[in-house]
Design a protein around this ligand. Structure first.
Ligand code: GCO
Ligand code: MG
Length: 412
């Protein structure tokens, strides 16, 4: 089973996706996701100019060897572009191996450890009534766990509140391409940490009063607090029994989590912007987090995701893989196969792709009664309709950014 062809396919059905398609000498195809939201074309170049020429003629069965070759031979290690490119190759090779074996990838990873995976959806609303409606809508869709992102009085637009129409220029279609916005320049949002810290606990109090104590609730701090602010915030949320507080501090400074941890028992999740198992090394060893937020796509693929979860298992730390719509259906399937196989699955973020994306990527994945399953088609269970993909050329889109009232750039 030799790699005969490697193509990089860019499509924007609802949003931009970069997909690597490998074809073997016996005509079997494998897919990998290489999408880095807002920096897509850098990965296209990395793959086309520097990876595709190295793949042709390689034995497609040698997944680990190919991973190590691409990682170590580049010399310049880590970073989202490099690791997304390697991830795409890794996923495509697992897809091919599954198809060659006639088995879904989760079977190759040890078989199913559960019948389905609990998903959480993104409820949001600037004001409480809108937020409550959004929570109800998600429950009607079957979600058993809900991420809650409210607006903050005085701030025009903030991360996590869907369809910031007016400001964003997006046409109010929820989840289509947010949080990236189509356009030549990134959108500017505003931020005030003190207002946020005062307001959010009152929202959780209201949500608990309305929806009761059972519903698992999550919240994403999106890297915007200092360690001390995050510690106080975690403490102030304790009465509302969160499933997790995500990315409370900027991910680069992992020592910050020590201080947060000393002050609060609110469970912590981190790692959607991490690229390698080494980024989690001390966080896992020191038990500073409860959930690993890595995404197969930005983390080098299925192989390293399985390794980090096995390491985390020693410390009762569970998975909570990154699953917004900027993870393509291929990347999403990759982490569903890992999640089904590992013992320490925690929860899976699931935002749901738009109709055009689902028509472009045909998926065996199912979402029934709040539980995800990757399906039983051999390989990853995703096929790319290249004719459909060809209809939607790349559209320039950037993630927004923040400035404080005095004009200082702040973490977004
Ligand atoms: C999440 C994430 C996303 C990111 C997005 C950036 O928890 O789902 O924070 O919403 O902002 O993936 O491209
Ligand atoms: Mg997040």
């Amino acid at each position: 089973m030799k790699i005969d062809r490697a193509e990089v396919i860019v499509t924007s059905p609802n949003r931009n996706f970069v997909t690597l398609k490998l074809t073997t000498d016996d005509g079997v195809t494998g897919l990998g996701d290489a999408t880095v939201n807002g920096r897509e074309l850098a990965v296209v170049s990395y793959l086309t100019d520097h990876v595709v020429p190295l793949l042709l003629g390689l034995d497609a069965h040698r997944i680990e060897d190919t991973w190590q070759f691409l990682y170590r031979s580049a010399y310049w290690r880590r970073g989202p572009i490099t690791m997304a490119a390697i991830a795409a190759v890794d996923m495509a090779l697992w897809d091919l191996k599954g198809k060659a074996a006639g088995l879904p990838v989760y079977q190759l990873l040890g078989g199913a450890s559960r019948t389905g995976m609990m998903a959480y959806g993104h409820a949001s609303g600037k004001e409480l009534p809108e937020l409550f409606d959004s929570i109800r809508e998600h429950r009607e869709l079957g979600y058993r766990s809900i991420r809650v992102q409210p607006g903050v009085p005085g701030l025009k637009a903030i991360y996590g509140v869907a369809s910031n129409t007016g400001l964003a220029g997006n046409k109010g279609v929820r989840y289509d391409h947010e949080p990236a916005q189509r356009g030549a320049l990134p959108m500017l949002e505003d931020w005030d940490t003190r207002a946020y810290l005062r307001h959010v606990p009152t929202v959780f109090e209201a949500v608990r009063a309305e929806f009761g104590p059972e519903l698992p609730l999550l919240h994403d701090g999106h890297h915007r607090m200092t360690p001390l602010q995050a510690a106080a915030f975690g403490k102030s949320l304790e009465p509302y029994d969160l499933f997790w507080l995500e990315d409370c501090t900027p991910a680069e400074n992992q020592e910050a989590l020590r201080l947060v941890r000393q002050h609060t028992t609110t469970p912590l999740a981190i790692g959607e912007v991490f690229n390698t198992i080494w980024d989690f090394q001390s966080l896992i060893r020191e038990q500073l987090i409860d959930y690993v937020r890595a995404a197969s796509t930005h983390f080098g693929g299925i192989s390293p995701l399985k390794k980090v979860m096995d390491y985390a298992a020693q410390y009762q730390i569970k998975s909570g893989c990154h699953g917004p719509t900027d993870i393509s259906p291929v990347g999403f399937a990759a982490q569903l196969h890992v999640g089904l196989a590992i013992h320490n699955f925690g929860i899976q973020e699931y935002m749901q792709h738009g109709a055009r994306t689902n028509a472009t990527f045909q998926q065996s994945m199912t979402f029934v009664d709040g539980f995800l399953h990757p399906g039983d088609r051999p390989g990853l269970g995703v096929e790319l309709d290249v004719d459909e993909a060809g209809k939607y050329p790349y559209v320039t889109a950037y993630l927004p950014y923040n400035r404080l009232a005095d004009g200082t750039v702040h973490d977004w």
